[in-house]
Design a protein around this ligand. Structure first.
Ligand SMILES: [Zn+2]
Ligand SMILES: [Zn+2]
Length: 293
């Protein structure tokens, strides 16, 4: 039995089935080394403990999502291809264009989904676990509450037949997302190259703004893969200069929210006592980018 069959990706070559796990390990290792030897901000003394906790969350999420949605996602994608439903099948364009359009459709949805997570109170309860991280590094890319993942994966099951994407296109998109999200969460800097890179993709400097404690900055830069969604929707924001940004959420300042149990309990915490404080932060002046810094 081939690996692709074992993973439920019938008809897909083994190298393609291996693409995502291999690239995940490669990006994690390469970016961890980069953060170790050339960090953007000084590394915290509890860096390993922080990474270990985020890694446990990532492993739990991978197992639960694999059990709940692995076969279902591939099954719905196979049904979509068989019945030729959805936008991409109706357009009937050559394969390279199909793949590019599939990536754009899925990434556009990710932008909308991320923005909804900040706008809808119930979704924010789950998504805020990603924002309670006070030290951003490559492992922050994996710090998502399982509740957020379950809601997202359920909605995606309905979107696959609407978009008309195949299992291979989803896999290619997910692989790109893993590489880019690990990169833009990493505690690294690409210095003067950042403005050029963020013309196309989300860079560390751009995503650090999204993790800022200042509410107007948190409410910006929602893009996941391509940065142009924020420019199109006028939610793109940068700071002039390169000063350090304070990460986290004021209402989850206490260390207990950084433990594995604390992270899992984050959605169920009482409404933050400083909702008022957050409101007042909305009025704080934050410099919009008038051009690239
Ligand atoms: Zn967010
Ligand atoms: Zn993030």
């Amino acid at each position: 039995m081939t690996l692709s069959v074992l993973l439920g990706l019938n008809g897909m070559s083994d190298w393609l089935a291996m693409l995502k796990p291999v690239l995940t390990v490669f990006c994690l290792t390469a970016l961890w080394m980069w953060e170790t030897f050339l960090p953007f901000a000084e590394s915290s003394p509890n860096r390993w403990r922080h990474a270990g906790r985020n890694a446990v969350i990532a492993i739990l999420n991978t197992i639960i999502l694999g059990i709940l949605f692995g076969v279902a996602t591939v099954g719905v994608a196979a049904w979509t291809t068989e019945n030729q439903t959805g936008v991409l099948n109706w357009l009937n364009v050559p394969v390279p264009w199909r793949v590019l359009l599939a990536i754009l459709l899925l990434d556009g949805w990710f932008y909308v989904w991320h923005r909804l997570n900040h706008r809808v109170p119930l979704l924010w309860r789950f998504h805020r676990m990603h924002h309670t991280d006070t030290q951003m590094d490559v492992t922050t890319a994996t710090r998502f509450h399982i509740g957020e993942h379950i809601i997202a994966a359920t909605l995606r099951l309905g979107l696959i037949p609407l978009f008309g994407v195949t299992a291979v296109e989803i896999l290619v998109f997910e692989t790109l997302v893993v590489a880019v999200t690990m990169f833009h969460h990493a505690n690294v800097s690409i210095g003067r190259c950042d403005p050029a890179f963020r013309c196309l993709i989300v860079t560390p400097r751009m995503h650090q703004i999204h993790h800022s404690r200042l509410q107007p900055e948190t409410d910006s830069n929602y893009s996941v893969l391509f940065s142009f969604w924020d420019r199109l929707a006028r939610t793109f924001r940068m700071r002039q200069g390169n000063e350090a940004i304070e990460f986290g959420l004021d209402e989850f300042e206490d260390d207990r929210w950084q433990t594995i149990l604390g992270m899992l309990k984050t959605p169920f915490a009482a409404r933050g006592h400083n909702e008022t404080a957050k409101e007042s932060l909305r009025t704080e002046r934050v410099t919009d980018e008038k051009g690239f810094d």
